[in-house]
Every structure is written in structure tokens, then in C-alpha cells.
Design a protein around this ligand. Sequence first.
Ligand SMILES: [Zn+2]
Length: 183
Amino acid sequence: MDRRNFLLALAAAPFCVHAQPKTMKDIQTLQSNWKSFLPAGTASTPSPGEPLKLAKDEWRKRLPNDLSYRVLREEATERAGSSPLNEEKRPGIFACAGCGLPLFTSEMKFESGTGWPSFFTTIPGVFEQKKDFFLIYPRTEYHCKRCGGHHGHLFDDGPPPTNQRWCNNGAALTFIPKDGGKA
Ligand SMILES: [Zn+2]
């Protein structure tokens, strides 16, 4: 290998723990393996098929803070860069802060540079989508299938092969580290 090829090979080497998914088959593998990101000994997790419906005051009591309430129940958007989950890089599961439904694994997260936790795919069947017109032009809003909580917006400028960017409010998520460490 000459020097130029050596440098090219260095530049191409992925300096990350996980190989980036290249094909839709890789994405399907990520989706079907999501339970391997749960802490050892997790007996069961909430399922999208068990709806959680609560009155407003019950949500106020259940949710950890006012921002989580405003995002999940009133479709507010947190300030860019404000969520500690932007920096969360440990293996684990991002679950709904409202109802605990597992939504994404750490392998589905990418650095979008937007200041919101961003994912290129989801655990299958956990969100429902609708168009909203808050900013005049239509955007795809998505919400948790189990509790109806608003999470964020779906854009089509994410990394290949999905080209999806699930732009999620950190206040709508809780992180469950795989090693059982502090959330
Ligand atoms: Zn939920």
C-alpha cells in the first residue's frame, strides 16, 4: 500500500463502535434486535397495543416536569441544544417519558447538528404520524402509539439508507442504559 492509499484507507476507517447500516436489510436487523439493548433481566416492556389514556391532571402528576408535559401533551418544542440526551451515547433504549414504551435504540441515533436528539429509524410500530400546519407549510408530526404523546417531527434529510430524520424532543424521552447505570 503506498502512502496515498494508506491515507485514504485511514480516512475511510469508521472510528465508531458500530458499523453504520448501509442497506435496508441492515436497518431491519437493527429494528429486530432492539431488545438486545434492554438491561439484563428486563422481564417485560410496555407494548403499543396497551393504550395508556389519562386525564390532563393525571398527566401533570405522572410526568417528571412542566416541559415534558408541554411537549408530550401540548405539542410544544424544547429549545434546541437544551436536552442532556443530545450527548447521550451509551448503549441503551430511548423510551417514551409518558408511558415507558421503547421507541429507539442507541444504535438508531445520529448526530444531526440540530440540537435535538435525532434518529434515522425507530423500533417498529411505535409511532403514529399526522401532518401539522403550525409553520404554515405541512410537517409530519409523530406521536407515541401507546399514550398519544407528541414526540417531534419526521424529515426526509437524514442519513442513507433510510434518509429519515426523526427529530425528537429530549423532554419526551427517558434513557434506559443497557448496563443498568444511571439514566
Ligand atoms: Zn407514550
